[in-house]
Design a protein around this ligand. Structure first.
Ligand SMILES: *Cc1c(COP(=O)(O)O)cnc(C)c1O
Length: 378
């Protein structure tokens, strides 16, 4: 028997209140009972997104919602800009290219953030750019882009701003309307504390104008169909009923805590995670660290994958390693959604043991103590 501790940046642990909802018998989706739940979650999502616009609910992982943000906004031959600083930024490029759009790419080094002034200059140089695609919390490296600054820049141009907020929204402050984000994309398996399988998209009036004119191929992802059926408290196709019932519970819990308090909690956990890493000599990775995941460099001569594997196999603790060029070079500790203070302490205690077993010199208890000091300040 092994107890599992999920400290990965998606999927994240699910509170028992939500798991129980996921176990209920299936409702039929064309019933007044389901319609009431559906309209309740559609309203609740506006609070979580901090938007007055409709939030569409998609049956897909987050990437499906990203793809929908390409096919619903653009025409063949359109100009688009991708501002990327990691694996998920690069995903925008791949999706656009799959639809024949050759985007202009502003790529920051992995670990850095996108410079808003570079986006401003690119938009000035090419007024034909119709959409700017970027990432809020770049989960692959652990940094957060300054979406408020980018939003202020894009809002002054004819372009729309599309933000992958899949790992950050809910857990880290994200103000869709106040930051002029035209399209925000999220998924169910990170801050929302749900099983994977749902994605969410909010779209501004400026974005809807493009949706009406878009000519890239779309059928399942067509936002117009989703918006039309939202008005009758339905989805165009069979929705993941179970997940939507569970989403109602998740939104209830988020509202009960108050989203501002959730943001504060992640920020506290992030400070504790950074302090813990530093206390045992692990160098933090990345500029402008986000508050949903903490990345640290793997000690010289060590293989990051080994640390991740040993933590999981010996202690049931799952953390993430590096992706792409960072494979084996960093470890990533998540602190979003249902991950709490005690989980951080468990994670560090086990990490200390694994590093010791692998021959790294550290004073046991130091990471835990440093994290405790931060948590006590909160
Ligand atoms: C997790 C994640 C995704 C991918 O979402 P899927 O649900 O796996 O499709 C995209 N972007 C970011 C920033 C993420 O953290």
């Amino acid at each position: 028997m092994k107890k599992h501790y999920l400290l990965t940046p998606g999927p994240t642990p699910i509170p028992p209140e939500i798991s129980l909802k996921e176990a209920l018998p299936i409702l039929h989706h064309r019933t007044s009972e389901f319609a009431a739940i559906f309209s309740d979650v559609a309203e609740g999502l506006k609070y979580v997104f901090q938007t007055r616009n409709d939030v569409l609910i998609l049956a897909s992982s987050g990437t499906g919602a990203m793809e929908s943000s390409v096919v619903n906004l653009l025409n063949p031959g359109d100009e688009a800009l991708v501002a990327s600083c990691g694996n998920f930024g690069e995903r925008w490029v791949k999706i656009l290219e799959a639809y024949g759009i050759k985007p202009q790419v502003i790529a920051a080094e992995w670990g850095d953030v996108v410079n808003p002034a570079v986006i401003e200059a690119a938009l000035k140089a090419n007024p034909k750019i119709k959409a700017v695609y970027t990432t809020f919390t770049e989960t692959s490296t652990g940094v957060a882009n300054d979406i408020a600054a980018i939003g202020a820049i894009v809002a002054r141009t004819p372009a729309v701003l599309v933000v992958d907020a899949i790992s950050g929204l809910v857990s880290q402050e994200f103000l869709t309307d106040a930051w002029h984000v035209d399209v925000a994309v999220c998924g169910s398996q990170k801050g929302f504390m749900l099983a994977p399988g749902l994605a969410f998209v909010s779209a501004s009036e400026k974005a809807w104008k493009l949706v009406e004119q878009a000519r890239l191929p779309r059928f399942y992802w067509d936002w117009r169909k989703m918006k039309k059926s939202l008005a009758t408290k339905e989805t165009p196709f069979t929705p993941p009923v179970t997940l939507i019932v569970a989403l109602q519970e998740a939104i209830k819990m988020i509202k009960a805590d108050g989203i501002e308090n959730i943001w504060k909690q992640s920020s506290l956990l992030a400070r504790a995670a950074r302090a813990g890493m530093k206390a045992i000599g692990l160098e933090l990775f990345g500029q402008r660290p986000c508050e949903v995941v903490t990345s640290a460099k793997v000690p010289e001569g060590m293989e990051g994958g080994k640390i991740v594997k040993m933590l999981r196999e010996e202690f049931g603790v799952s953390i993430a390693g590096g992706q792409g060029a960072l494979k084996g070079k960093i470890i990533r500790f998540a602190h979003m959604g249902y991950i709490g203070k005690a989980d951080i302490l468990v994670g560090f205690a086990c990490l200390e043991m694994v590093l010791t077993k692998l021959g790294y010199k550290l004073e046991k208890g130091k990471a835990v103590a440093a994290a405790e000091d931060e948590l006590l300040k909160g």
